[in-house]
Design a binder for this molecule. Structure first.
Ligand code: F6R
Length: 622
């Protein structure tokens, strides 16, 4: 969702090192979050200068070419994903505040008390020109500045009276070398440079300039100049323990590297993504999860696991359920995070909540985490983004290490999430004694074969790419699976919907005859994910029967099956092969042809694969 950049540096004259250019580079790096307008503010001798445009960054760049208002030492910039008001020039950020437009803010989040604030400020003579909640924050900070005469104090007072979620950055004519920011329930990180400092919604905003970062906690205000960074809380007390860390991501990881899209690149990174998730977790034959900072006695007392997540992460959670219940014998529920706290869930001190989130900023998941902790449950976060809110609020965090995921549609993080869930399940089984050490070692051995097997699937992608080209005019595709093939079917359908805008449904194959089979007519494409014939015989044979059922009704069957599984041949119009592995681990292989299918099909349709319409990478509102 909205991307935010702030910069304080030296007075630069050389093009490309001017604050306005630094801000634009940062916005380009944050484009992947999804947006519908963009803007930037700088301060020069004439005061606050704002340029903003609806549409893509190219529109903003074009507008900046015809203005001289690009000087100064600071910049704040924003890509907006509309919530209050249409995505037009007026509603785009930055918003100016004050009686003379002497201040500008950019805002991410939703200010819940904006209507009453707006009425109050209009009553005091402040004029509004947009429909946004953010403009109320602009005038509010400006009013506090009139009274306090200090931008940090003005921001602190304003932030303390705002309700809802916000990251707010402000610059003011009277403080031309300073950017002040505040955050509550919305991401913000500081990049620490030499003679320059940065602010960003995430580290992608500045990772090509500095790898040193500072976490800004909940309800804190940070004041940044070219050579200083200071943090206070909303009460005004100095914060001395803000956590500094070094960013592991390489700036090159956020480039396309020769692929047509970030999504294609990230799909092709999945072998190393899973290898990186697994790396270093085995020591002396035992599974070592140093990050599991929850006392083993607490883990032994767990009597229920609830996985909370949204979208693709929830599909990873659904795979986790099969693994954890099988290995640990702990009842495991998977709940969409946005449904969790509204149904009064039964959560006790013996419940372990597993929150899966690539970004670590998904508001629905964060709220579920908070609710679970209020009920006394321990929370483990499975996350890809160091320093993000969900792992920071959890009792323990397991990081994926798959590198930055730029494409809106999640692929390599999905595989990393599943691999991390397997590690968690095996670790719980180890701590609780559900599996013998040699059983865990055998499972880990097989898991460590998966990256090579992923590579084999990727190396044989030509067949699926051709299929996608041939099917680019399809209007509906169904996906069927059982066991871990069921979440795989859901994930295959989700990918196709979100990037190719094709109606797609994923079903548990057994559910078909209870209704959905009515959808099947002559020529209907149906992907079927077939479990290993070497696993439970009844599971495999049931899925083969399901293929026959849809084929008998005219479906075109596209079957994903293990190498050597010839039982599917009589009923498959197309067989896509994956290497043999355990039934549980197949979830890391069978989804890959489905990801490639969607990516290729959307590309063939000429769509923007990385930034599908209406979607944002990180959904920071509830
Ligand atoms: C789909 C997709 C989304 C996310 C969901 C949760 O491709 O990316 O469904 O999985 O919005 O996001 P995170 O994992 O950041 O909490």
């Amino acid at each position: 969702m909205c991307g935010i950049v702030g910069y304080a540096g030296p007075q630069a004259s050389a093009p490309s090192s001017r604050p306005v250019d630094v801000a634009l580079q940062g916005l380009a790096r944050l484009e992947y979050r999804g947006y519908d307008s963009a803007g930037v503010a700088v301060i020069d001798d004439a005061g606050v200068q704002v340029t903003k445009r609806a549409g893509k960054l190219a529109n903003l760049r074009e507008a900046l070419e015809s203005t001289t208002a690009t000087g100064g030492q600071v910049s704040i910039a924003h890509t907006r994903w509309a919530t209050h008001g249409a995505p037009n020039d007026l509603n785009a950020h930055p918003h100016q505040g004050g009686r003379d437009g002497e201040l500008a803010v950019v805002h991410n989040g939703i200010i819940e008390n904006f209507a009453s604030l707006r009425a109050e400020l209009e009553g005091e003579g402040y004029t509004f020109s947009s429909e946004t909640d953010s403009e109320a924050a602009a005038h509010l900070v400006a009013r506090e500045m009139e009274q306090a005469g200090d931008l940090t104090e003005a921001m602190r007072r304003a932030a303390a009276s705002l309700e809802g979620a916000f990251t707010l950055l402000a610059v003011h004519r009277d403080a031309p070398g300073t950017v002040v920011a505040a955050r509550r329930n919305s991401p913000l990180v500081v990049g620490l440079g030499v003679g320059e400092n940065f602010l960003g919604s995430d580290v992608a905003a500045f990772v090509d300039s500095t790898k040193e970062a500072l976490e800004i906690g909940q309800d804190q205000v940070v004041t940044v100049t070219a050579d200083s960074v200071s943090v206070i809380d909303f009460e005004g007390a100095e914060v001395t323990d803000a956590k500094r860390y070094t960013i592991e991501w390489d700036a090159a990881a956020a480039q396309k590297g020769g692929f047509d899209s970030f999504m294609a690149k990230e799909i092709h990174e999945q072998a190393s993504a899973v290898a990186d998730t697994l790396r270093g977790r085995i020591e002396d034959g035992a599974l070592q999860l140093d990050e599991m900072e929850i006392d083993p006695s607490v883990l032994r007392s767990v009597d229920k696991i609830v996985v909370v997540a949204c979208g693709t992460a929830a599909n990873a959670g659904a795979v986790a359920k099969y693994a954890i219940e099988h290995w640990c014998r702990i009842p495991t529920e998977v709940e969409l995070a946005h449904e969790f706290r509204y149904r009064d869930p039964v959560v006790t001190e013996k419940t372990l909540v597993v929150a899966i989130s690539q970004s670590g900023e998904t508001m629905d998941t964060l709220m579920a985490v908070r609710h679970a902790r209020e009920q006394g449950a321990k929370v483990v976060a499975i996350c890809n983004t160091r320093g993000s809110t969900i792992p920071r609020e959890a009792d323990a965090a397991l990081y994926l290490h798959v590198g930055p995921e730029i494409a809106v549609a999640s692929t390599k993080a999905y595989l990393g999430q599943i691999a991390a869930c397997y590690l968690l399940g095996l670790f719980l089984a180890q701590v609780r004694g559900n599996l013998y050490p040699d059983e865990i070692a055998a499972l880990m051995d097989d898991l460590e074969q998966i990256p090579d097997q992923i590579q084999q699937v990727l190396d044989s992608s030509a067949q699926v790419e051709q299929l996608a080209q041939d099917m680019k005019d399809a209007s509906s595709v169904l996906f069927l699976g059982r066991h871990v093939g069921y979440p795989t079917a859901m994930e295959g359908a989700l990918k196709l919907k979100e990037i190719a805008y094709i109606h797609a449904e994923g079903f548990a194959a057994g559910e078909l005859k209870h209704g959905p089979i009515a959808l099947v007519e002559e020529g209907q494409p149906v992907f079927v994910i077939v479990p290993s014939p070497r696993g439970r015989h009844s599971l495999h044979s049931k899925v083969v029967s399901n293929i026959q059922e849809v084929r008998a009704r005219g479906a075109r069957t596209l079957v994903i099956a293990e190498e050597g599984d010839d039982a599917v041949l009589p009923y498959a119009d197309e067989v896509i092969r994956v290497p043999a592995t355990r039934t549980l681990f197949a979830a890391l292989l069978t989804v890959i042809p489905l990801q490639i299918f969607s990516c290729e099909l959307a590309t063939a349709k000429g769509l923007d694969v990385d930034q599908p319409r209406n979607l944002a990478k990180s959904v920071t509102v509830e």
